[in-house]
Design a protein around this ligand. Structure first.
Ligand code: DHB
Ligand code: FE
Length: 279
C-alpha cells in the first residue's frame, strides 16, 4: 500500500529561486534563509520519498484568466518549466506519475471533489521554488511529482475547510493504491504577505506563528478560519496558506513536528517552513 509519511509546509517566494539560480545564496540578505532550510534539506535527503504530491498555486502561467480551475491535478509524464517573463528557471523538468495521478483524480471525484484533469501543464515558481528549497539544484529531481494546483489567485478561493477535507480524501486515495510507495505531501505558499496596494509589505508574525502552532496542535481551529480573515489579518496573498491545510488534512489526526523555521523577509513575504511526520 502507498502511504503518506510526512508533510512539508513551505513558502514559494520567487526571489528565493532567483537567488539560487543566480548564485546569490551567500549574500548577507539570503544567508539566514538558506541556513534555516538546511535541516529540512537534510531530512529530505535522508527520507528519500518515492513520490511528492505538491499542493501549490499557479500564478497565471499554466492557466490564464480564461480558465481557472479551483483544484487541478497534473497527470502528465513530464512537466516543463514555465517561462514567467525572464525565461524558464534553469531547473530540470518535473517527472510526473500519470498512473497514480489518474487514480487520485478518480478517487477524489468519486469522493465528490471536482478535480480538473491536466494532461499538459507548465509549472511555475509556486512549485519549483519549494522543490529547490528541499532538494537543491540536482541534475535530475530525485522524486516523481503529482502537482495539485489550487486557485488562490482569482476570487473566490476555496475555504480552508474545503482544503482540509480535500487533504483527508487524498489520504484515503493514496492508501487505496496497491504499491509500496512512500509519499510526502507539500503545502506551499504564504506565509503573511501582501504584494500590491496601500498595504503592500504587510507581515503579521503573530498570525503566522499561531498558524504554525495550529498545524501541529489544532488543525480543526485553522480549518474554521474564513478566507477573508487570512486576507484581512495577514495580507491578500496570505490566502495561499489554505494550501497548507490540504497537506495537514492528508496526514491524519496525529503528527510529530520534526522541524520549524520562520524568517522575515524574503522579498515581500514572511517565510515559513514546517516538517510534520504522520504517526
Ligand atoms: C512575491 C510573493 C509571491 O507569493 C508571489 O507569488 C510573487 C511575488 C514577493 O514577495 O515578491
Ligand atoms: Fe505566490
Amino acid at each position: 500500500m502507498a502511504k503518506i509519511i510526512a508533510g512539508v509546509g513551505t513558502s514559494h517566494t520567487p526571489a528565493i529561486g532567483a537567488a539560487v539560480d543566480n548564485g546569490r545564496t551567500d549574500q548577507p540578505y539570503w544567508v539566514p534563509l538558506f541556513k534555516g532550510y538546511e535541516p529540512s534539506k537534510k531530512w529530505m535527503a535522508e527520507t528519500k520519498p518515492d513520490v511528492a504530491i505538491i499542493v501549490y498555486n499557479d500564478h497565471v502561467n499554466a492557466f490564464d484568466f480564461k480558465i481557472i480551475p479551483t483544484f487541478a491535478i497534473g497527470c502528465a509524464d513530464v512537466f516543463p518549466i514555465a517561462d514567467e517573463g525572464w525565461g524558464p528557471r534553469p531547473v530540470p523538468p518535473v517527472k510526473g506519475y500519470p498512473e497514480l495521478a489518474s487514480h487520485l483524480v478518480q478517487s477524489l471525484v468519486l469522493d465528490e471533489f471536482d478535480i480538473t484533469i491536466c494532461n499538459e501543464m507548465q509549472l511555475d515558481h509556486g512549485l519549483t521554488v519549494p522543490m529547490t528549497l528541499m532538494w537543491g539544484q540536482p541534475q535530475e529531481w530525485p522524486v516523481r511529482v503529482i502537482p495539485l494546483a489550487v486557485n488562490v489567485i482569482q476570487y473566490p478561493a476555496p475555504t480552508g475547510n474545503r482544503c482540509y477535507n480535500l487533504g483527508k480524501a487524498i489520504k484515503k486515495a493514496v492508501e487505496s493504491w496497491d504499491e509500496d510507495l512512500r509519499v510526502v505531501i507539500f503545502g506551499t505558499g504564504g506565509m503573511s504577505h501582501q504584494i500590491q496596494g496601500p498595504r503592500a509589505g504587510l507581515i503579521n508574525k503573530e498570525f503566522d506563528e499561531a498558524f504554525l502552532d495550529g498545524l501541529t496542535q489544532d488543525p480543526e481551529r485553522l480549518a474554521k478560519i474564513p478566507p477573508i480573515e487570512y486576507m484581512r489579518e495577514a495580507g491578500a496573498e496570505a490566502i495561499e496558506l489554505v494550501m497548507w491545510l490540504v497537506m495537514r488534512g492528508a496526514l491524519g489526526d496525529n503528527v510529530r513536528e520534526v522541524y520549524r523555521f520562520y524568517h522575515v523577509p524574503a522579498s515581500s513575504t514572511a517565510v515559513g517552513n514546517i516538517i510534520l511526520e504522520a504517526v
